[in-house]
Write a protein that binds this ligand. Structure first.
Ligand SMILES: [Zn+2]
Length: 497
């Protein structure tokens, strides 16, 4: 991977040792299974002030320790880690090269294996979020304050008598969490790049790096002339308003022992800057429209995680990538374009361009005879109105696939919520002049966008994740979140199991 995209890959290991026998500057200890004795071991003279009851009540508590092998201890609540709330605590981790996690202070034999698995996975992800820093940009802007963290050790004290099943669950959870963290790191870095760096060609280059570094991943990039030949009039109509050439990036991962096994397909919207086109967006926060490629970042991140976990599936990742800008040659409201499927589309709002590039990519996916197709897109502002910033919007044409994604969202704490796609909503897309309109009028914007896509996905089981509310944060903490690498990775992990 090019240095600028993966600048910090943390080593994570599980070791059968008591935490204090390991060299570390930071120890994370749980509040649930910690004894007063171990607090004394860790905190030395400070233990006087720390009582178990007090620890149990606190979400997290930091202590400067005088013990010989650690400078710093964080006491954390197991449940809070799983809820993803303790992320800020993990900022401490960025200051230390090695952190040791005292597993037996979090886990004992009474805890369910599934909960242990999730805890280990979430801990790795949350430490990785905590130590994340905005990368040094190719254009030479911005501070670069790299984290010092080099490794995380899950220490399992042999004295604690943790049963073998739980130990192996910890190992599996750590491996999954590490792969997700790697994918998320990639997705955050790519997402945070400005539009003058991260163009469709730049995403294609990054995809090239991924293919080069993995023997079982191959790359194919369709240029505008290739798309023209395929009749992708919808996708190309969006890129006409931009000087950056559009790309259709296709990556093949061969992980199944049978190379002919039908693949699963991920499609990610790679709109590298969305000004809205002739239906120009308001100026406020328009900079955040560099994040309109976060769908592509998350499917590429999920691909990296899949390769890291060596999942025994075949996977195809498709990224339609373009800019959407106002220009003399840009789409105009009222224009009619012909998609690769042959359907004609009346463009009533040029800012509803995501579906215009996705629909041709979804038609292109048919040629792989996929087992399932999931598309991921920062598609509608309406999704933020409906679900806020906590939940991915989810719709699809196959209840089994939708349920599998709902479960994967719960397990990876990258949750999704299903919205209905009843016939009434489809009616909103009627056009007097074309087969369908690209917007569905007032109300239900997230659903009518999915209804639009569903016209192009009738030949396979399909689900759509709208990540407009979850892919990035605004304000002081502005930045890409790396969602939804976890839910996608968890889904692929579950079906490969
Ligand atoms: Zn738009």
């Amino acid at each position: 991977m090019s240095d600028n995209l993966i600048q910090h890959l943390i080593k994570v290991s599980v070791q059968a040792k008591a935490p204090l026998e390991l060299e570390s500057q930071l120890i994370l200890a749980g509040t649930k299974h910690l004894s007063q004795d171990s607090i004394e071991t860790y905190a030395g003279p400070l233990a006087e002030k720390l009582k178990l009851g007090k620890l149990a009540k606190n979400e997290s508590l930091s202590v400067l320790s005088h013990s010989k092998n650690a400078d710093f201890i964080c006491f954390l609540n197991l449940k809070k880690i799983n809820a993803g709330i303790a992320k800020s605590t993990f900022k401490q981790a960025a200051k230390h090269p090695t952190i040791v996690i005292d597993v037996s202070s979090f886990i004992d034999n009474t805890i369910a294996a599934s909960e242990v698995f999730q805890w280990a996975q979430q801990t790795v992800i949350n430490v990785s979020h905590g130590v994340y820093h905005v990368m040094k940009l190719p254009v030479g802007l911005k501070k670069d304050k790299p984290s010092k963290l080099e490794q995380i050790i899950f220490a399992i004290d042999p004295q604690a008598g943790l049963n073998d099943d739980l130990v192996s669950k910890i190992q599996q959870g750590v491996a999954l969490g590490r792969a997700m963290a790697k994918g998320q790191l990639f997705a955050k870095n790519l997402g945070n790049l400005p539009g003058n760096v991260c163009t469709p060609s730049y995403i294609a280059e990054q995809a090239g790096d991924i293919a080069q570094e993995h023997d079982n991943i191959s790359l194919e990039v369709l240029e505008e002339a290739d798309m023209e030949k395929l009749g992708m009039g919808s996708l190309l109509s969006v890129s006409r308003g931009s000087r950056e050439p559009a790309k259709l990036i296709v990556l093949h991962y061969q992980g199944a022992s049978d190379s002919n096994e039908k693949p699963h397909v991920l499609v990610g919207k790679g709109l590298t800057f969305d000004a809205g086109g002739i239906s120009l967006k308001p100026a406020g926060k328009m900079d955040e429209m560099k994040y309109d490629m976060c769908g592509s970042a998350s499917v590429l991140g999920a691909l990296l995680a899949t390769a890291e976990l060596k999942l025994n599936i075949n996977l195809v990742v498709i990224v339609p990538s373009s800019e959407n800008l106002p220009d003399g040659d840009a789409n105009k409201p009222g224009d009619i374009v012909k998609s690769m499927s042959g359907r004609t589309i009346e463009i009533l709002n040029t800012d509803a361009e995501g579906r215009l590039i996705l629909c041709d990519a979804l038609t292109y996916a048919e040629r792989f005879e996929p087992q399932t197709v999931i598309d991921v897109a920062t598609l509608t502002g309406a999704c933020i109105v409906a679900l806020g910033h906590h939940t991915n919007g989810l719709m699809g044409n196959n209840p089994e696939l939708v349920d599998a994604l709902l479960d994967a969202g719960q397990e990876s704490h990258d949750r999704a919520w299903e919205l209905p796609m009843w016939d009434e909503y489809h009616q909103q897309l009627k056009s007097n002049f074309a087969d369908l309109a690209n917007i569905g009028g007032a109300g239900g914007g997230t659903i009518t966008a999915a209804c639009f896509l569903s016209k192009f996905t009738e030949k396979y089981p399909w689900a759509h994740l709208d990540i407009a509310g979850t892919a990035w944060s605004s304000g002081g903490g502005k930045g890409a979140t790396g969602r939804c690498v976890p839910i996608l990775t968890q889904y692929l992990y579950n079906i490969a199991a």
